[in-house]
Design a protein around this ligand. Sequence first.
Ligand SMILES: Cc1cc2nc3c(=O)[nH]c(=O)nc-3n(C[C@H](O)[C@H](O)[C@H](O)COP(=O)(O)O)c2cc1C
Length: 183
Amino acid sequence: MSESASTESERHTADQHPFDAGHFRTVMGHFPTGVTVIAGMGDDGPVGFTIGSFTSVSLDPPMVGFLPQIGSETWELMAPSGSFCVNVLSDQQSDLCWKFAKSGTDATRFDGVAWHPAPSGSPVLDRAVAWIDCSVEEVYDMGDHHFVLGRVGALDADADHDGQPPVPLLFFKGTLGGFAADG
Ligand SMILES: Cc1cc2nc3c(=O)[nH]c(=O)nc-3n(C[C@H](O)[C@H](O)[C@H](O)COP(=O)(O)O)c2cc1C
């Protein structure tokens, strides 16, 4: 092992003891994600939040999942309905990403936002790249987050873009960008 490699490895070991939450966040920020607004119906109307931890889970049966923070006000409002709709944001919807991520403003997040109900009643946002309508199958607690497993009831993509393929919004190292195919 070269001297510089050994120094690097020692530095990583030192960084990990004691555990550094800021370092964890910074390193995880190097994994790019798509951006979704996951929306559902609360007692007083639509609720939703920005979620990057969305993933496809199973094809047969069709299932997806995401991880809201334990104590999330939005999840607590949405959960009793037993359903949610995942809206994949386009690069034209960065305003929605920040709007649905601001804490303490859930009552106003839908102000001025055009939507219509998916078959479950959960909101489909106009001009989303794709939407996936789900019923809640299971909720697992994992550390400081829930893992919400949803069974897909209906879904569609590219439906609302005047025939032009939409470009998804991406999140990387705390900033937003688009996607350019290269290979
Ligand atoms: C790009 C992006 C991705 C996010 N992904 C998640 C996520 O996967 N899980 C989560 O709990 N919060 C995530 N957040 C933060 C929530 O959107 C934010 O904390 C929001 O206020 C949660 O709503 P609540 O306060 O009503 O619980 C993300 C925020 C951004 C900007």
